[in-house]
Design a protein around this ligand. Sequence first.
Ligand SMILES: [Zn+2]
Ligand SMILES: [Zn+2]
Length: 343
Amino acid sequence: MSLACVIHAAHDLRVEEETARALGPHDVLLRLGAGGICGSDLHYFKEGRVGAFVVREPLVPGHEASGVVEAVGSEVTRVQRGQKVAINPSHPCGRCDYCRAGRGNLCRHMFFLGSASVFPHAQGMFRERFVMGERQLTPIHEPEITLGEIACAEPLSIGLHALHRAGPVLGETVLVTGGGTIGCMTVLAARLAGAAQVICCDINDRALSIARTVGADRTVRSDQVNAAQLADIADVSIEAAGSPAALATCLTATRRGGRIVQVGTLPPEVAFPANSLMARELDYRGAFRAHLEFDWAVQAIRTRRVDVRPLISAQLPLARSQEAFELALDKSRSTKVQLVAEA
Ligand SMILES: [Zn+2]
Ligand SMILES: [Zn+2]
């Protein structure tokens, strides 16, 4: 028996005992290494839904996890018992037109772990033990790379995908709105991509101090400056806060002919000054989840080309899931809170 964190409805989170299913030939039994609590997990916890995805049956959240291999199916070749692994939560179908065109993150039949986007729900990884197909796994051989860092591969992949969507930024100034986990991952990705200057803005001092730690050259309290002070400061702006005010900042801050990438989830209705896109020839692009960038993220973390350690603010055992979710909700105290299996 092992423990699982299960959301039954808004503010109804339970820690339950369960037994992992039997292994098929290409399956791997994993013990949770670390599982990061993400904004979408917090929405399920607080509201019982993320946008249109509503919890209709008990849901185990969690899509940012690492693991340790406990047992392998008869045909498994990618990993071995005892290895640390990165886990890609994204299961595109591989058959639809988007998958065939190499854009698996836009798959028509996506199965993404820890999500109520499908029914029955895609059960996630906030559990002490779970079974995963070997093709989702990448072994990490470096002894010094921690399970907590490996679990950051998924959120880093979101930052890398945002930069991928932005196009080349070599020598450019990139503004990132939002200094939470995704904002900071985007700062890291912008540096990797060769941006000459990375500016991060937020309304929280703690977030900005972490953004500086991971390499933002300049940080701005966006609630303490006026719009004119931010005008035309960036070639590319990446909206990673999910707030209409942050989007407005991006529209002001981006120079004529520049690009804006939307990564954060905005409220359903947002007033949008579309004429400023027209008159200033701005490109406004979306970035949704990630695809090839997951493997790039794993590579960047395993070599510490990117150091995600400053983002991990706490690790709590699964039995204390409720407390971990409450802590993750409090942005004045935490960036990335992770759940771990009991020692
Ligand atoms: Zn996430
Ligand atoms: Zn597909």
